[in-house]
Design a protein around this ligand. Structure first.
Ligand code: COA
Length: 441
């Protein structure tokens, strides 16, 4: 899957943009993507005019040309390689979606079996890697473990650290990572609980094998409920990619220095950890739990979220791109309802979440700022229903996002993208004379 320069040229419009500053003007090329979004090419701006653009947070910056994922935040559309997220969540499995994102097409039966076989083959960790877990203190954050272990895994595959991986080696490397993150995640949970490590069962499919490694005991095999297995598939599918978000951009930033695939995705894990990104799924549950415990009303919470003197935000609400609704939140909410119906379960946190959503969607503050529930608002409730402990939530997000990160890394290299190196507007001192230490105030 290569978006060639030639294809990029095809996107060039006859229309031009003209930027005038003082007595100088520059004519800039304009490109149009396949979904009609239009971008002005400023790659020669500084060279020709000495000017740079200022865009903290990159909200208006197209940092890449990509054909992996399309998001229309105004209309609430999300597509992977042209397939809508609703259709994939309805009909597909995570492994199939991972294949689609990584290799650009839905797999044939043979391709699916070949990829699934690779995933089974690479599930286990090298025994020396298992010893690393002994070095982490009790209570070590599982996101730190995951990132560290991805780099440790790289040490065992020097042949895959090249950035010029051919198609076979990329398939092997991506299958190894996708398979092993699940083993690493389950091991970190087992260690945190003081439980013995459960080795993979090659008879089980991707999600079922993960649940087995998480919850089986040496004396009792965990019986994987197909309903929960499906729920986990859906959770992973909706998280599989989301174009140039904070963690994918981090992977691209690191990969642009020609760092290897393992280290680049390890950096993605670190970016995802933050509460404004992947860490939000935990924060939503923490928020709902404290509302439940303290008996606060939805109205009080909404008032606090609106109070500019407070730093509190309604977690799981708002999105940099979605200014209508997040289609992933809808899919997850629908599936949570279905899951609880089938399992005859209820969760007081779900009732609180529904009430908060209702109030927020009718409140001028949220309406004016176009703040809607995002993917994290209902994902935690789904994970709780599956039995995933709270401190593993963001790790589960990372497993789901792995295909996207790896596809971005590959695409960046296929496009031979230059090293990422933004500019800045310097606002510091212009000159200071050095003062010896004993003369300083
Ligand atoms: N609760 C209350 N107010 C919120 C809010 C929330 N969850 N999200 C945004 N706002 C408000 C901001 O205070 C700001 O108000 P102002 O214009 O009066 O200053 C306005 O909406 C714009 O927010 P901003 O932080 O500039 O948007 P952003 O695009 O930079 O940030 C998020 C997007 C996702 C980081 C932000 O909405 C947020 O923090 N949400 C909660 C965390 C979360 O759920 N993250 C998961 C994302 S998938």
């Amino acid at each position: 899957m290569v978006v060639s320069v030639e294809r990029f040229q095809k996107a060039k419009l006859d229309d031009k943009a003209v930027l005038t500053f003082r007595d100088k003007s520059i004519t800039l090329d304009v490109y149009q993507g396949t979904q009609n979004e239009v971008g002005i090419d400023i790659t020669e701006l500084r060279e020709k005019t000495g000017l740079i653009t200022i865009d903290p947070g990159y909200a208006n910056t197209g940092s890449a040309v990509s054909d992996i994922t399309f998001v229309d935040g105004e209309k609430g559309i999300l597509k992977f390689r042209g397939y809508s997220i609703e259709g994939l969540a309805e009909h597909s499995t995570f492994v199939e979606v991972a294949y689609l994102i990584l290799f650009g097409k839905l797999p044939t039966k043979d391709e699916y079996h070949e990829f699934s076989h690779l995933l089974e083959e690479h599930t286990a960790l090298h025994t020396s890697l298992e010893h690393h877990f002994n070095g982490f203190p009790d209570g070590a954050p599982p996101m730190a473990i995951l990132s560290a272990m991805l780099n440790a895994t790289a040490c065992h595959h020097p042949e895959l650290l090249d950035t010029e991986l051919d198609a076979n080696n990329f398939m092997t490397a991506s299958a190894k990572i996708l398979s092993k993150v699940r083993t690493i995640a389950a091991m970190s949970y087992r260690r945190s609980q003081g439980f013995p490590i459960i080795h993979p069962n090659h008879q089980l499919k991707y999600c079922a094998n993960f649940l087995h490694m998480m919850f089986s005991q040496p004396y009792r095999e965990f019986q994987v409920d197909p309903v929960l297995e499906r729920a986990l598939n859906i959770f992973f599918i909706v998280h599989a990619d989301h174009e140039q978000n904070c963690s994918a951009s981090t992977v691209r930033m690191v990969g642009s220095s020609r760092a290897n695939l393992f280290s680049s995705v390890a950096a993605g894990v670190c970016a995802l950890w933050g509460p404004l990104h992947g860490g939000a799924n935990r924060e939503v549950i923490n928020m709902l739990q404290s509302i439940h415990k303290e008996g606060k009303s939805a109205a009080e919470i909404i008032a606090l979220a609106k109070d500019k003197k407070s730093t509190f935000r309604l977690m799981g609400f708002g999105h940099r791109v979605y200014k209508n609704f997040d289609p992933r939140a809808r899919i997850l909410k629908k599936h949570v309802d279905k899951l609880f119906e089938i399992l005859h379960k209820s969760d007081p946190l779900l009732d609180i979440a529904i009430e908060l959503e209702e109030q927020a969607l009718n409140d001028d503050y949220f309406i004016e700022r176009k703040l809607y529930p995002n993917v994290d608002f209902y994902s935690g409730i789904l994970l709780r229903a599956i039995g995933i402990p709270l401190n593993m939530f963001t790790v589960l997000f990372a497993i789901g996002r792995m295909p996207g990160w790896m596809a971005h890394w590959k695409e960046l290299l296929d496009h031979n993208q230059r090293i990422n190196r933004p500019r800045q507007l310097y606002m510091g001192y212009t000159h200071r004379d050095f003062i010896p230490m004993d003369e300083r105030d």
